[in-house]
Design a protein around this ligand. Structure first.
Ligand SMILES: Cc1cc2nc3c(=O)[nH]c(=O)nc-3n(C[C@H](O)[C@H](O)[C@H](O)COP(=O)(O)OP(=O)(O)OC[C@H]3O[C@@H](n4cnc5c(N)ncnc54)[C@H](O)[C@@H]3O)c2cc1C
Length: 402
């Protein structure tokens, strides 16, 4: 993806505990409290709200409840939301251990799947990922399971000892049939689980939350009718379904018997060609997502590019204007040419100019619009061609009646 028109044309490996710290720090900037150590045991949903039961007996009341409680989501189960998909066919052990023998570098593929040991920054701990010879049980794996799997793959267990963690994951692939049941919504692994090929799970879940957050805020504040929440499922379910399909395909390519080896060669060859490479990179990065907001300019329903704008206040990046998570109407035509007076308190109207090309990931160069209405999640909700045609409808649909 190094030729993608983005300021960050690469994938970045950040440990999940660091991501959690970064997000917790952002949340700390807002008037929002995180309560750690509260186990949800169930909830009751009424016309006006949700009562959430905690394990310590306390009950919390909220207008809405979002289950971000992972693949085994208690909230999804209590909401009776089906979780159809595919049962696991293989399992991996992932562990952090010390070794007595230096393991080989790199990743090994065989008929079982993918295997590798990678030394961590402290110089003595190794992160191990191995595929088990048979689908493992749902119980917690042991050091002995790890040792036996390593012997089966490498002929030695490298003297693994002193584990800090050992766990098992599978290629089970499932997606919630509905992302909303009344006042209960699902996001992240609670809504979809898949094999971690391509490292997409976390960003998929974060994008669910970014899609949902502003909609939920508007509904809670009474700005928008609750029907706005249905666009969450409509937009995010197809994105999740596509990720599931691609991770299943990638997972299949990791099982290297001679026939799959031949398939891997064919796919690899195709991936050296620009169009397939861009298509695949667009899918894995999520930069090619298009929400179905109807026919029109190619920008409609796509992620707004982070352009360098010139404004009355000087140069500005589009994404700086989105930091406040408020809708943005960017007028790139005649200054003062757009009027959104009835929405002025909700929508920031910025007159700006932009000289460069409009290039989108995967799609390439598109024609320059005269104006764009950008939702707080960064997706384009309306594209202007020099008039206000359709603007009032778009404003009402996404940001409520004036
Ligand atoms: C080996 C492996 C490698 C991966 N690598 C990548 C990668 O490189 N890139 C990537 O993007 N993704 C990767 N993923 C996927 C990623 O880890 C998940 O998609 C992501 O963690 C999902 O986040 P989540 O917040 O939805 O769920 P989780 O991370 O599962 O968090 C759920 C949280 O809810 C809490 N919880 C659960 N039940 C309750 C309850 N009843 N009450 C209160 N709290 C509860 C849990 O304690 C937990 O804190 C990988 C996954 C695996 C297994």
């Amino acid at each position: 993806m190094s030729d993608f028109p983005t300021r960050h044309p690469y994938s970045l490996g950040i440990w999940q505990n660091q991501i959690e710290r970064i997000m917790a720090a952002w949340i700390a900037e807002l008037p929002v409290r995180i309560r750690y150590g509260c186990e949800v045991t169930g909830f009751a949903q009424h016309d006006s709200g949700v009562e959430v039961q905690l394990a310590d007996g306390e009950t919390l009341r909220a207008a809405y409840l979002v289950g971000c409680d992972g693949g085994r989501s208690a909230i999804r189960k209590a909401a009776d939301i089906e979780f159809p998909g595919w049962d696991p066919t293989r399992s991996n052990l992932v562990a952090e251990v010390e070794v007595r023998e230096e393991p080989p570098r790199g990743v090994r593929y065989d008929a079982a799947g993918v295997h590798g040991l990678h030394r961590l920054e402290d110089g003595k701990t190794y992160r191990v990922i191995v595929t088990e010879q048979q689908l493992g049980p749902s119980s917690e794996p042991t050091l002995r399971d790890l040792s036996e799997t390593l012997v089966a793959v490498f002929g030695t267990d490298f003297g693994v000892h002193n584990p800090t963690s050992i766990s098992r994951f599978t290629d089970m692939t499932r997606q919630a049939a509905a992302y909303r049941a009344g006042r209960v919504l699902l996001a992240g692994d609670a809504a979809h689980i898949h094999y971690p090929a391509g490292g997409q799970g976390l960003s998929l879940g974060v994008q669910d939350a970014v899609n949902l957050g502003w909609k939920l805020a508007q509904v809670v504040k009474g700005v928008s009718p609750e029907g706005l929440l249905d666009t969450y499922h409509a937009e995010r379910h197809p994105v999740g379904a596509r990720a599931l399909k691609h991770t299943m395909a990638q997972g299949a390519l990791q099982r290297r018997d001679e026939r799959i080896e031949a398939l891997v060669e064919v796919v690899s060859e195709l991936a050296t060609m620009d169009e397939p490479r861009r298509r695949l990179a667009g899918i894995m990065s999520g930069l090619d997502i298009r929400y179905d907001l109807g026919k029109g300019h190619p920008l409609l329903g796509r992620r707004m590019p982070d352009l360098d704008l010139i404004t009355a206040e000087g140069p500005l990046r589009v994404f700086e204007l989105l930091h406040g998570a408020r809708p943005l109407l960017l007028n790139l035509g005649r200054t003062g040419g757009l009027d959104v007076a009835p929405w002025a308190h909700r929508v920031q109207l910025v007159d700006a100019s932009y000289e460069g090309e409009w290039e989108l990931p995967v799609l390439g160069v598109v024609s320059a619009p005269a104006a764009v209405l950008v939702r707080p999640d960064g997706y384009v909700a309306w594209v202007g061609a020099g008039t206000q045609w359709g603007l009032v409808d778009a404003l009402t649909t996404w940001f409520g009646s004036p």
